[in-house]
Design a protein around this ligand. Sequence first.
Ligand code: MG
Length: 412
Amino acid sequence: LNRLSSWLKFRHTKNNSRPCTQRPVKRDLIMKITNIRAHILSSPLETPFAFSQGWVSTRSATLIEVTTDTGLTGWGEAFCQGLETPQIAATATESCFAPMLIGRNPLSTEKHWFDMYNRSRDFGRKGAVMAAISGIDIALWDIAGQAYKQPVWQLLGGAHRRQVEPYATGFYRIKGQGEAERLAEEAQMHAQNGFRYMKVKLGFGVRDDICVMQAIQKAIDPAEITLMVDSNHAYGRSEALYLGQALADMHLRWYEEPVAPEDYEGYADLRRRLPMAIAGGENEHSLYGFNALFEGACVDIAQPDIGSCGGFTAARHITALAQAKGVEINPHVWGSAVAQAASLHLIAALPNTHHSLFARQPILEYDQSSHPFRRELTRHPIQMQDGFVQINDAPGLGIEIRKDTLAHYRIN
Ligand code: MG
């Protein structure tokens, strides 16, 4: 029997012999997607607030959970705008993309991105359908990180930075106009909380906007604090130009969404005529959309949102395009704790567009308005310490979703 066993082993080895350079793929990297689920979260706000496009009375989020046959689970988020209903991206995820991807290997992120984009080209390309693609893509990268046992920023090519300075986004309105004094006090509060950068929401009428900015400028120390403004495309070209000229001496780091996202000529015109950097891109999508923005010489700073630009895969394409065009990338971040975590990995991996010893670094948008899906959704929500937010090195996104929070706010 021993002889027979040795002979059989010899035969087996001979028939299955391979050149020594070829190694089989690790068993734990061969896996299949078993389910893709969209969780719709919603929570009414105690105090509704306004930005230039309308009143926000509910916080919503569309979280994407991708499960595999190996037990690994990835999380992503389809960005839900202030006035958007979260059901749109959830439906696109579950009815259009999930049936296509179930059964496939989640690690083929680039292939899946183009398959999803091509499938939805005739009815997607922008908005909530691209947000659905983004949410799925983020979850696939989360799975990839866990499978390779590396943080996502490592899979993206490595970290240019392991911490990022946050800026305070806030200054929403609770009445509408005539709130300059209250907003100046808010600026002082952000300064006391350690913020050196703040972004002021404008777009409530040019005269009101100028009053607000003058009040804030008086309330802070301009040597310590750098301001940005964001009108959320409230104006046409002439009003946008008038506002920009009125703020020309405030040393703004950027002027965000001065005109509508589709007004490429307006962007380029303002960029030529105003001294401050022009920023935009939170409502632009994919390498194709950003290519148009860059070809039109529209922005100095591009602001893709990881949850709507097309996820990590598209953010990589956009970053390469921006690098070639000399445009800085400073991501837009307004989603839940999942989008915040994903954005931190992206920011870690962003190269400096204009290299120098003291090149300015991307800063993290850190919305200061009330949002239960940021503080309560993950075991370790992001924290500002000594003026910075640290970027974790756990595998994947490095987050642990709190199922109790999910169950509490889920409406589907
Ligand atoms: Mg904005």
